[in-house]
Structures are given as structure tokens and as C-alpha cells.
Design a protein around this ligand. Structure first.
Ligand code: AMP
Length: 455
């Protein structure tokens, strides 16, 4: 998960990076950071909190220079988030560098153990620190060559923005698992960002996607140059389309909202329900529920209202009043639901907690039947490429059939989209990372490898 941005050749680079991170807040809410380079020095500000909490105007004024890279971090439990904030900055033989990383390295522990064996010290548990160490330890005498030697030692999913005092390097792994696009700024300069919704906010024009296996090099007074480092084998992550990306983003040529509509339509073909109303779980299930309702010709209604102001700062309800947790966020429109047979659509089912609470909420609101529909396949395997989908034991579909889950969540029926149906909705012409559904760990790692700290 997480978001990265890189801005090069712009007068107010840090300001642009700030707005881009704001547009990509959905990709990570735990911490945010920007480092800027002015040719002589790298300046860095990173803190715990949302983008608007981390940066004040006076901070952005300190982030001088025409190059800036930034990062939003996705929250994972039990981490010291101040230390784990990015970009990661370090001084080394050639000067200073700063690194922002989205993805997850599958050989993190092997590389880290080797580095520690040779005396390296680490400040955090992040795989991004491996990247900085490998660059610093390389014996090449140019940063570009050091980056390439580092890339030959890491495996897994990564989109990287690496900044020196005067240059910026942007790299996407050869599988292109996480999205990354290149845009041109109106007043001169370039921007790369995890999602195109960042371009829309800063008024940048989309140029193209960064290719899997490609490195882009930005240098003063030159147009960016491209170097293909690895044989591409594109497998864009299906979960970006299902849940993670913003609906208005275009990922590898496809608008996320439209793919969700298609998933809903396909779901209607595969597992229709005899109901009076289709409701979405807001906001994650909205587009898929619309597609599902359209596909069946049944009315679609926003029958559950979401409170958007439940922030991270809210005191967690105690076990005794745990029902409060879902009620804080979601509330049914009783008049609309009472006496009706409803289908409720969400994008995914992970542990089953959300579905269980929503089904109960709808029944209490007077629904006569509740049919749960999930616009993605059963999640049976933990992702090792940067989507935080818990451990295998926690994934309810890894040990229960849909019928058993329906019983557990109290639904009258439960239907998932098939893997084939998902591929059809996304377009059969290309390959996807479907690891959560089919357990194909094509980019390394496995279901039992140590848990993912998603960046
Ligand atoms: P669960 O309650 O564990 O079954 O989780 C399902 C809900 O979590 C759905 O409403 C999804 O939209 C949402 N969801 C799915 N994947 C993730 C993720 N990686 N991080 C946070 N929420 C997620």
C-alpha cells in the first residue's frame, strides 16, 4: 500500500508533492513525509499523522529546492510509526540520499541478516532501510550504478523514488505490481505518482505509466531519460482495482470506477439474488453495488449512511460496547430497509468482521432477508506484495466455505466473484497479481513467510 510522489524541475516542488500526497491520502494515513533537494542539501520533514496534520506552510517553506519526493504510509499494527515514516534519509560516501518506497520486498530478512552479519545497524523494521544500506555499501562510484547493483539484490514489489542532492531516480519493479505514472507539470517540470488522481489535483498532464522494469532518471537541464533494467513481466495488482485505489484514478490504462462497475455486473451474472433493493457498503462497495444492481435490473439505494468524521483519534470502543465501532461509522436508513429483501455489496471480505456487523445492522433495521455479495474472489492467501490482508489463519475464506461464512455472518446467502469473473472484469488481455485469491507467489515469498509490513 502507501503512496509515493516525486517532483522534478518545479519551482515549488515540495508544495506540489504536498498536494499530491493529499490526493493520495487514502493509500496511507499513518504518517507522511517529504524531502526536498536544492542542489546542495536534502531537507526532510516527516511525522505521524495525516498530510494536513504533518505539514504547515512554514514546513513547506523549509523544504526548498526544485526536486521533492514524498510518501504516505499505510498503518500496520504494532509499529513505531515515527521511526517508520518515510522518506528514509541517509548520508553516505557520495553525499546524501532519500528514498520513498511503495511495495514490499520478499527477501527482506535474508538481505537484512547478511547486512547485519557484516556490521550494518538498522533503526527500523522497514525493508526500505535495506535499500539505503545496499546503495551505501555498493563499491560503484556513481549513484546510478549503485542503485542498479542494489536493485539486483532485492526481490518483490517496489515502486521507488530516490533523490540525491541534484538528481531523482524512479523505478518500478519488473512485474509492475504497484501502480506508478509519469506526468508533466503545467509550469515546467515532471511528476511521478502512485495514482493519477494526484495529477488531477496539481493540474499535471498524464504522459504515461512508468514501465515495469524501467528506471527514469531526472537531471538538471535535461529531459528525463529512460533505462530498461529488467525484462518486464507485467502483473498489476488486482486489489488496486478492487479496493485500494481511488475510483477516479486510471491505473495502467483503466479507470478504477469502471472496473468496479464491471466486477459488480459480472457478480450479478454469477450470483444473482432475488431481492427488492441493492445496497452498497459505503464507500468501498459503492461502484460494485451499482454494477450489481444494474446487472440485475434491481433498484440501487444508498441505504447505509457513512460518517466520514470518524478519525484515527477516536478512542477505540471497549469490547463491551464493540457494536459501537460499526455504528460510529455506518448507520442504516430504517424506512428504506424495513420489510425489504436486500442484497448488500462490499468489495472484499477479509476476516468477516465488517460483514457480520453489517448483516446484523440490516436485520435490526427490519430487512426480511439479507444477501451478502462480495465483488472479489475468496481471499485465501496473505499478500506478500504490499496489500495488508492479515495472516492465513485470520483470513476466514482460508478455512471456511462460503456456506459456512454465510452462517457465521448471519446472512441468508453469500456470493463471491469468481477468479475468472474478476479477470474478465479487469480485461482478459493481461496478467494480474491475484496472489490473495490463487496463492501464486510469482514474485517470491509464500503464505508462511514472515508477515507483511506494508509500505
Ligand atoms: P473484514 O471486516 O476483515 O472482512 O474486512 C473487509 C472490509 O475491509 C471491507 O469493507 C473492505 O473494503 C475492507 N478492506 C479490504 N482490504 C483491506 C485492507 N487491506 N485494509 C483495510 N481495509 C480493507
Amino acid at each position: 500500500m502507501c503512496a509515493i510522489v516525486g517532483v522534478y524541475g518545479a519551482e515549488n516542488a515540495a508544495q506540489i508533492a504536498y498536494y499530491a500526497l493529499f490526493a493520495m491520502q487514502h493509500r496511507g494515513q499513518e504518517s507522511s513525509g517529504i524531502s526536498s533537494a536544492d542542489g546542495k542539501e536534502i531537507h526532510l520533514i516527516k511525522k505521524r499523522g495525516l498530510v494536513t496534520e504533518v505539514f504547515k506552510q512554514e514546513d513547506l517553506d523549509l523544504l526548498k529546492g526544485s526536486c521533492a519526493i514524498g510518501h504516505n504510509r499505510y498503518s500496520t499494527a504494532g509499529k513505531d510509526s515515527v521511526l517508520d515514516a518515510q522518506p528514509v534519509y541517509a548520508k553516505y560516501k557520495l553525499g546524501a540520499i532519500s528514498v520513498a518506497h511503495n511495495g514490499n520486498l520478499t527477501n527482506k530478512y535474508k538481505v537484512r541478516d547478511e547486512l547485519i552479519e557484516k556490521g550494518a545497524i538498522f533503526q527500523t523494521d522497514m525493508d526500505t532501510e535495506n535499500i539505503v544500506h545496499l546503495i551505501a555499501k555498493s563499491e560503484k562510484n556513481k549513484l546510478k550504478a549503485r542503485i542498479i547493483s542494489m536493485l539486483n539484490k532485492i526481490e518483490g514489489a517496489y515502486c521507488l523514488a530516490i533523490q540525491s542532492r541534484s538528481k531523482m531516480f524512479v523505478i518500478r519493479d519488473r512485474f509492475g505490481i504497484r501502480p506508478l505514472s509519469l506526468g508533466k507539470l503545467k509550469d515546467g517540470g515532471y511528476i511521478v505518482a502512485s495514482e493519477t488522481c494526484a495529477f488531477d489535483l496539481v493540474g499535471a498532464e498524464f504522459i504515461r505509466n512508468v514501465k515495469p522494469g524501467e528506471m527514469l532518471i531526472f537531471e538538471k537541464g535535461k529531459e528525463p531519460t529512460s533505462k530498461m533494467l529488467f525484462e518486464p513481466d507485467p502483473h498489476i495488482c488486482a486489489f488496486e482495482y478492487i479496493y485500494f485505489a481511488r475510483p477516479d484514478s486510471i491505473i495502467d490504462g483503466k479507470t478504477v470506477y469502471n472496473t468496479r462497475l464491471e466486477m459488480g455486473k459480472q457478480l450479478a451474472k454469477e450470483t444473482p439474488a432475488d431481492v427488492d433493493l441493492v445496497l452498497p457498503v459505503p464507500d468501498s462497495g459503492v461502484a460494485a453495488a451499482k454494477g450489481y444492481a444494474n446487472g440485475m435490473g434491481v433498484p440501487f439505494e444508498m441505504g447505509i449512511v457513512r460518517n466520514h468524521y470518524v478519525g484515527r483519534t477516536f478512542i477505540e470502543p471497549s469490547q463491551k460496547i464493540r457494536d459501537l465501532k460499526v455504528k460510529l461509522k455506518l448507520s442504516p436508513i430504517k424506512d428504506m430497509i424495513a420489510g425489504k429483501r436486500v442484497a448488500i455489496v462490499d468489495d472484499s471480505l477479509v476476516r468477516g468482521t465488517t460483514s457480520k456487523q453489517i448483516v446484523r445492522m440490516l436485520k435490526e433495521a427490519g430487512a426480511t432477508e439479507v444477501h451478502m455479495r462480495i465483488a472479489s474472489p475468496e481471499i485465501k492467501y496473505p499478500c506478500r506484495y504490499g496489500i495488508d490482508t492479515a495472516t492465513k489463519e485470520e483470513l476466514i475464506s482460508s478455512h471456511k466455505t462460503p456456506k459456512e461464512i454465510a452462517k457465521y455472518i448471519g446472512a441468508d446467502s453469500l456470493g463471491f466473484l469468481s477468479i475468472e469473473g474478476l479477470k474478465k472484469s479487469l480485461g482478459d488481455e493481461r496478467k494480474y497479481s491475484l496472489v490473495s485469491f490463487d496463492g501464486n507467489y510469482f514474485a517470491g515469498g509464500n503464505a508462511d513467510s514472515p508477515g507483511c509490513s506494508c509500505y
